[in-house]
Design a protein around this ligand. Structure first.
Ligand SMILES: Nc1ncnc2c1ncn2[C@@H]1O[C@H](COP(=O)(O)OP(=O)(O)OP(=O)(O)O)[C@@H](O)[C@H]1O
Ligand SMILES: [Mg+2]
Length: 365
């Protein structure tokens, strides 16, 4: 594959045994103008998501995770310049007129954000908010939609759904509010749910409950999910495939299993290695890597991770292409880590070792 540009190739995830593509993102680029400077928020992101699958997008703050997701929903400010392609079952989402996009948002792709409090209207009963969302996507009567709203509240396991229907957001706990937000996202029966740090604001136990709910919905409704997170451990537990983003681009892509057994990119290694994964709290936040991610208004030449990378050499002044180096495993690095299988001296408990992936029962992948 060497010599060809990554953006001309099929995006990661399109291997021979890949299922039906629901979403295919190719060479997505997003720029903003801020104070006369150009902010390169997304710099050539490609991935593919099959129907009914969970894909995790992982990276530090500012790596472009939310901007790339909002681009798919047509939710960027007018100052954004977007190029590339994002096809949902073959239909191009980028550049779609707002009128048409409104028919897709919620109905085909829905998004759940980090902060449930901000997603709900504090002055409206929750039942009315869900009913309104259902009616926006169907021609149900108010009564039918209200009955469906109670069904949705039950689907997301809100305790005492019939009673809660008449309550206001402030009467619910944070976890309950997030369940309501998810119920609203399900109102249009979307085929893709984007959960952008949807559990970050919650305590660890509630976080696990919401993740279990998303997994259950994915399995029961056959819905695909993009899980955006800082938390590689969380991704490993729930996602089939993982995209690791750095400075607006994908730097590693593989199945969660493959990634944790054979991590290649030093950045991903650093994410895993700053605190040994097995000793971490389950779902602890991203470990801290020395140095700062680059300013997207002044990206360094070559590999953007070079200034923080222990393996960097002069070769890294040339940007490494993002390519499929092993079947299903993509990375962008001139100095990838050795496969532990080729390095028998390596402790398997070490980051990148064979046991590094947290084990989770009953999870696909
Ligand atoms: N409207 C905007 N105008 C200018 N720059 C923006 C705008 N929105 C986002 N950015 C910049 O784009 C970059 C990527 O932001 P994004 O929100 O996608 O990061 P993220 O990976 O989601 O981070 P976090 O984990 O903190 O949510 C950041 O540097 C951010 O400051
Ligand atoms: Mg974000």
């Amino acid at each position: 594959m060497s010599g060809e540009r990554a953006d001309t190739l099929a995006p990661p995830g399109s291997g021979r045994d890949a299922g039906r593509a629901l979403l295919e993102v190719r060479d997505l680029r997003v720029r903003f103008s801020r104070g006369g400077r150009r902010v390169h928020a997304v710099n050539g992101l490609s991935y593919r998501l099959n129907a009914g699958e969970i894909l995790a997008i992982i990276g530090e703050s500012g790596s472009g995770k939310s901007v790339s997701a909002r681009t798919l929903m047509g939710l960027l400010p007018p100052s954004a310049q977007v190029s590339g392609s994002a096809r949902f079952e073959g239909t191009e989402l980028l550049g779609m007129p707002e009128r048409e996009m409104r028919g897709w948002r919620g109905a085909e792709i829905a998004m759940v954000f980090q902060d449930p409090a901000r997603s709900l209207n504090p002055t409206m009963r929750i039942g009315a908010q869900i009913t309104e969302a259902i009616r926006a996507h169907s021609d149900m009567s108010r009564k039918q939609a209200a009955a469906r709203a109670v069904e949705l509240l039950k689907l997301v396991h809100l305790p005492a759904a019939e009673r809660r229907f008449y309550e206001y957001p402030h009467q619910l706990s944070g976890g309950m509010r997030q369940r309501v937000v998810i119920a609203i996202a399900l109102a249009g029966e979307p085929r893709l749910l984007i959960a952008d740090e949807a559990t970050t604001a919650l305590d660890v136990t509630t976080q696990a409950q919401i993740m279990e709910l998303l997994l259950e919905l994915q399995q029961r409704l056959g819905m695909a999910i993009i899980l955006i997170s800082h938390d590689l451990g969380l991704a490993a537990s729930y996602a089939k495939n993982v995209v690791v983003m750095y400075a607006g681009r994908a730097v590693e892509y593989a199945s969660a299993e493959e990634l944790f057994a054979h991590v290649r990119m030093p950045y991903t290694q650093a994410l895993l290695g700053a605190i040994p994964l097995l000793e971490r709290e389950p779902h602890a936040l991203l470990p801290v890597i020395p140095g700062q991610p680059p300013d997207p208004a002044a990206l360094p030449a070559g590999c953007p991770f070079r200034p923080r990378c222990a393996a960097a050499t002069d070769a890294c002044l040339e940007p490494p292409p993002f390519e499929e180096h092993e079947p299903g495993h993509w990375w962008a690095c001139w100095h990838p880590a050795k496969d532990p299988a080729e390095d028998p001296a390596r402790d398997p408990g070490e980051p990148g070792g064979a046991h590094a992936r947290p084990v989770k029962d009953g999870v696909q992948g």
